[in-house]
Design a protein around this ligand. Structure first.
Ligand code: ATP
Ligand code: MG
Length: 360
């Protein structure tokens, strides 16, 4: 009975750079809400360094540096040690062990068909079959990360949906093959707002991504933020102020959809009641991009100010960051060890634990 009620969250990020506002709306915001809801038995957040190394194996310095940066991003947006176990993937060898067993349950063609894998391979420009094996198999290692913690919920961006589907398939195959209910099928937890499902880049590309260099970082200072916002992609057909403008595909409005607060208009643009009114004026014509961008800058700056302040604190207290990771990693290891033991028992490879009983 109690088993069905257990609610566990697991998610993570690749330490390939600092986190950006796409991560925030796609996943970080949901994590903090889940953490603070008090409804979850356990909350795990993983810094996926082993995963980052699959396509950054030639740049260990970047990964190493980013582990610390991502941890600071976590603490800056409100993840709290004591409530959330923040841990480093490579410190949990049980995850890799699970991956080896799961590899038998997935065919090459199934991975090749995975839309996330396809698009990530394309985005990184791997030619033909020159993709590293470790990168290619990442849906399988991701399934290990999720199932090791028996996660019931995984808050991620929409781009990760096919990965969750593949993970559920692995869970079902495993439980059926080994006639057990050791592994738990996770559910994806998507952002509530359309704009946040996949936040586009400042250049208008479909996804804001560290690899594409079209990001606004959570740690960007005010001057950098201003520069990025003022040079953002809008509607290329909106040449003169009096021209009617398009909202669809206009990244400035997408960001406003994601970040506008109830009091934003009163504070920074009181001549408009709300976002709908601003959009209608833009579509009619007579509203310039610069005015909208200045408003967006104010909204984003309001959002980033407390995050920057917290970050400054942790930059001055790195020992607190290390302590958070130490606690989180120990808790994660204990949980993964337990699951691995159950997996090995189900697969009948828990020799020394079971032989004593069998041959007594
Ligand atoms: P990389 O380019 O190294 O893959 P990334 O910027 O794509 O980095 P990830 O670490 O792959 O970031 O993604 C971490 C989490 O953030 C995932 O849950 C992903 O779905 C989410 N995410 C990343 N970018 C966006 C975005 N632009 N909009 C919404 N969610 C996003
Ligand atoms: Mg990515």
């Amino acid at each position: 009975m109690a088993k069905n009620k257990t609610k566990i969250m697991l998610t993570g990020d690749r330490p390939t750079g600092r986190l950006h506002i796409g991560h925030y709306v796609g996943s970080l915001r949901q994590r903090v809400e889940i953490q603070n809801s008090g409804e979850y038995d356990e909350v795990f957040v993983m810094i996926a360094d082993a995963q980052a190394l699959t396509d950054n194996f030639d740049n260990p310095d970047k990964v190493r540096e980013s582990v610390m940066q991502v941890a600071m991003d976590y603490l800056s947006v409100g993840l709290e040690p004591g409530k959330t176990h923040m841990f480093i993937q490579s410190e949990i060898p049980q995850l890799h062990e699970l991956t080896v067993y799961y590899m038998n349950l997935v065919t090459v063609s199934r991975v090749q068909r995975n839309p996330t894998v396809k698009s990530e391979i394309k985005m990184r420009g791997f030619e033909g079959e020159s993709v590293p094996v470790g990168f290619f198999t990442y849906p399988i290692s991701q399934a290990s990360d999720i199932t090791a913690f028996k996660a019931t919920i995984v808050p991620v961006g929409e781009d990760q949906e096919p990965m969750l589907e593949q993970c559920r398939e692995i869970v079902r195959s495993f439980n059926r093959l080994y006639n057990c209910d050791v592994l738990v099928e996770p559910e994806i937890y998507l952002p509530p707002n359309e704009a946040c499902l996949r936040l586009p880049g400042t250049d208008g590309q479909a996804k804001m991504s560290k690899s594409l260099g079209n990001t606004i970082y959570l740690s960007d200072d005010e001057a950098t933020l201003k520069k990025k916002v003022m040079s953002m992609f809008t509607d290329p057909g909106h040449l003169r102020i009096e021209d009617p403008g398009k909202i669809e595909g206009n990244t400035v409005f997408t960001y406003l959809d994601a970040f506008c607060q109830p009091d934003s208009f009163e504070k920074y643009l009181p001549e408009y009641k709300d976002l709908d009114e601003l959009k209608a004026h833009y579509q009619r014509g007579g509203l310039g991009d610069v005015k909208v961008k200045k408003f967006l800058f104010a909204v984003l700056n309001d959002f980033l100010t407390p995050i920057r302040e917290k970050r400054a604190y942790y930059e001055a207290h790195p020992e607190e960051v290390i302590a958070a990771l130490t606690e989180g990693t120990a808790a994660a290891r204990a949980k993964a060890e337990q699951t691995l033991a159950e997996v090995k028992h189900a697969m009948k490879i828990d020799y020394f634990e079971s032989w004593a009983e069998e041959y007594k």
